[in-house]
Design a protein around this ligand. Structure first.
Ligand SMILES: O=C(O)CCC(=O)C(=O)O
Length: 396
C-alpha cells in the first residue's frame, strides 16, 4: 500500500527560497560532519574502554597472583625468628641445665598471687588475678611428667638466638649490658610424630577448652622457649629485654595467650607493669601503657618504639625498679598463666604490656606459649567486638 506524503508546497503553502535551501543544505552538511566527529569519538572511547577492560583483567590477575604469593610467604613467628637463629647447638647450656634440673623434685609451695576470685574450668581450678589485664592462673595445668617431656622436646627443637637477635631485643640504653641468652622453636604440631605429637595435641586441646577457641588454621604455632640464666647478680626484675604486647610480629587478632611454665625458676618472673591492682602506685604505668598502645606501639625495644622513646623507657624502667607494682608471676612447674591482649571491642588492651625478667640462679627457664587468635570468620569489623566480648565474658 502506498502512503500519501504531503509536498513542501502543501505543508508550507509556498516553495522555499534558494537562500533557505542552501542554508538548510549547509546545516545538514554541518550536522553530518558533527555526526562523523561523534562517531570517531565513540570509536576512540570504545578503544579506551577496551584497553581499560584489558588493564582491569590483567590487574586482577596480577592481584590474585600477589595474593597467592602472600599466602605462601605469610610471615610466621618462625620466619622472623629464623633470621636470628645461631648455628651453635645448645652445647654448654644444655649441660648446665641437666646438671641442675630435678624433673621429679617435689612441687614448690605455690606462690602468693593477688586473687580477684577462685575459678574452675571443668576440673581445672585456678584464680583470676587481675581484671586489667584480664588474667588468670592455674597451678596444675600440666603434670611434672608432661613438663619433662616438653623440655626434652625443647632440647630437640629449639635453636639459640644469634647476637643480632639478642641486641635487637634489648631495651636498655647501656651498651655494656649483658645480652640475653634465648633459644626458641615454633612447633608445627602436625609434623611431630609419636609421643611428641600426642603430647602437643593434648596441650593444644587443653588450651582450646580453657579459652573456648578451637585449634584453627589461622593461628600461630605453639612456641617453646628457653631463657638462659643471666649469670650475673640480679637486683629485682631485670627487664632489659623490654616489654611487648602479644602481636607476634604483626598478628593483631591474638586475643589471648597461655604461658605454661615447665620448670621452677629463680627470678624470670613474667612482669605486667601496667596491671592495675587498685593502688595509686600502678596508675603511672597503667597510663603509660594506654598511651603507647593507643599510639600503635607493640614493643618497647623495636626501632619504631624509639619514637615512643620517653614513654617506652619510663615503662621499662618502672617495670624493673618497682618490684611490687603491677602483676608479677613466678614460673612454677606445670602452672599456666592465661591473659588477654584484646579488649572488649577487639582493640589492644594497654594494660597487657609484659615481658620476661632475666633469670637468676643456675637452671634457666622453659616455657611453652600457646597464642589464641580470633578465627577468620569473626575478624570483620562487625563480628570482632562481639566475639571478643563473648570470649572475655567466658573467662570472668
Ligand atoms: O618469658 C616470659 O615470661 C614471657 C615471654 C613472652 O611474653 C614472650 O616470649 O612473648
Amino acid at each position: 500500500m502506498a502512503f500519501w506524503r504531503p509536498s513542501y508546497l502543501q505543508l508550507y503553502g509556498t516553495m522555499p527560497s534558494d537562500a533557505e535551501v542552501s542554508a538548510a543544505r549547509a546545516k545538514l552538511a554541518a550536522m553530518r560532519q558533527s555526526l562523523a566527529g561523534l562517531k570517531q569519538h565513540q570509536a576512540r572511547l570504545e578503544v579506551v574502554c577496551q584497553k581499560a577492560k584489558e588493564n582491569e583483567s590483567s590487574l586482577k590477575k596480577e592481584l590474585s597472583e600477589l595474593m597467592d604469593k602472600m599466602a605462601q610467604v605469610k610471615l610466621e613467628r618462625e620466619d622472623i625468628e629464623g633470621l636470628f637463629y645461631s648455628d651453635e647447638g645448645f652445647g654448654p647450656w644444655q649441660t648446665q641445665f641437666r646438671r641442675f634440673w630435678r624433673p621429679n623434685a617435689p612441687a614448690r609451695p605455690s606462690q602468693r598471687l593477688p586473687c580477684v576470685r577462685e575459678v574452675s574450668f571443668g576440673c581445672l581450678r585456678g584464680q583470676q588475678m587481675s581484671s586489667s589485664p584480664l588474667a588468670l592462673w592455674f597451678p596444675t595445668f600440666a603434670t611434672p611428667e608432661e613438663c619433662e617431656e616438653l623440655i626434652e622436646l625443647g632440647f630437640r627443637t629449639c635453636k639459640r638466638h644469634n647476637a643480632d637477635a639478642q641486641a635487637m631485643q634489648r631495651a636498655g640504653e647501656s651498651s655494656g649490658e649483658k645480652l640475653r641468652g634465648v633459644a626458641t622453636a615454633s612447633l608445627q604440631v602436625g609434623r611431630l610424630a609419636g609421643a611428641e605429637h600426642v603430647l602437643m595435641t593434648e596441650m593444644q586441646r587443653r588450651v582450646a577448652e580453657l579459652t573456648g577457641i578451637p585449634v584453627h588454621a589461622d593461628e600461630i604455632n605453639p612456641f617453646l622457649k628457653f631463657d638462659q640464666p643471666a649469670g650475673v647478680d640480679l637486683k629485682g626484675d631485670d627487664m632489659s629485654i623490654g616489654l611487648h604486647l602479644d602481636v607476634n610480629g604483626g598478628r593483631p587478632y591474638c586475643i589471648c595467650s597461655v604461658i605454661i611454665y615447665l620448670n621452677d625458676v629463680e627470678g624470670g618472673r613474667t612482669v605486667f607493669p601496667c596491671a592495675t591492682n587498685g593502688t595509686a602506685e600502678t596508675a603511672p604505668c597503667h597510663q603509660l601503657g594506654q598511651v603507647m598502645a593507643r599510639a600503635g606501639y607493640t614493643h618497647t625495644s623495636h626501632s619504631s618504639a624509639q619514637e615512643a622513646g620517653q614513654e617506652a623507657s619510663e615503662l621499662v624502667n618502672r617495670a624493673s625498679t618497682e618490684p611490687d607494682s603491677g602483676l608479677r608471676v613466678s614460673p612454677q612447674r606445670g602452672s599456666a598463666f592465661w591473659f588477654f591482649t584484646l579488649d572488649d571491642v577487639g582493640g589492644f588492651d594497654g594494660s597487657s604490656w609484659h615481658g620476661g625478667a632475666a633469670v637468676a640462679g643456675d637452671l634457666g627457664k622453659w616455657t611453652l606459649q600457646i597464642f589464641k587468635e580470633i578465627p577468620l570468620p569473626h575478624r570483620s569489623a562487625a563480628a570482632l567486638p562481639q566475639r571478643c566480648a563473648e570470649l572475655r565474658r567466658r573467662a570472668q
